[in-house]
Design a protein around this ligand. Sequence first.
Ligand SMILES: [Zn+2]
Length: 332
Amino acid sequence: MLEMESFCEKLPKIELHAHLNGSLSRNTLRQLGCTDDAILEYQSEQTTIEEVFKLFKVAHKATSTKKNLYLSTKTVIKEFAEDNVIYLELRTTPRKELDMTEEEYIQTVINAIIDKESPNIIVKLLLSLDRRRNHQEQSETLDAIIKFKNMYPDIVRGVDLSGDPAQGTFYRDLFEKARRNGLFCAIHCAEIKNNTEVIDILNFKPERLGHGTFLHPNYTSNAEIWNLYTKLQIPVECCLSSNVICLTSKSHREHHVQEWMKNDLPYCLATDDKGVFNTTLSKEFLHLQESFNLNKKDLWKISDNAINYSFALSEEKEMLHEKLKLWKIQNM
Ligand SMILES: [Zn+2]
């Protein structure tokens, strides 16, 4: 029988919330020519959400050319595969750089996904709208996303809303347009306390929510929001280390995921920014196991459930469930 740490590493895992520019490891940053000082700045022990968005400048600088963006995407995929992630939804915000247009940015990331070396990982792309941009800018990005969704329907699966949650707006009409064009919606929601916006996002009924930190009344939400949420039961992507390091959760043990566990509500575990928070999906499983004394069957089930919440094609979902089932027979 595998010991718990080794079990978490070997367990085939599903990663549904990983930002490309936050997932760059120390090695990747070094390969991209970052100095040790820049690397130290990028990886934080403790920070706040506002500070995290400043750290991304290091990553944006490192991935500002097509060559480096391609290399980073390939390396991030390789590292997830080495952590036995068998299905990865990578997300990124298309951005204009001196070397590339927004569309070239998207194309470069897609090229790296197509050229991935590990046969053991399926990779999909979610493209993010940056909430700090205005309606016109977000709308233009969305048009580019739809264009690439039509060109690569098996790779470009969804749209995300991300960026500093203290700024910007959720434009429902843009997500309605994304949905009409066959894109799934995974939206960062209740990452900070903002009840009016949370109600707007919940009423839109995204396929998944990122974080959901302030949905439960114990975490300064209100009963109305929690009642609405429990009626909808939208899967939440829980990023334990990210929330603890950004100080929106006091500790792993006090993380809001416990309300989902107690109430049998849908959730998955995710890294958010494995480079910035110096974590892996295996470590996130271990944190949950240690904090709530879970057994191996519980952890296996979390992985298996995440397949259902993914934006994979239905035949891929079947194949992933089969893979998990087989692994269970051989290892548990
Ligand atoms: Zn995130």
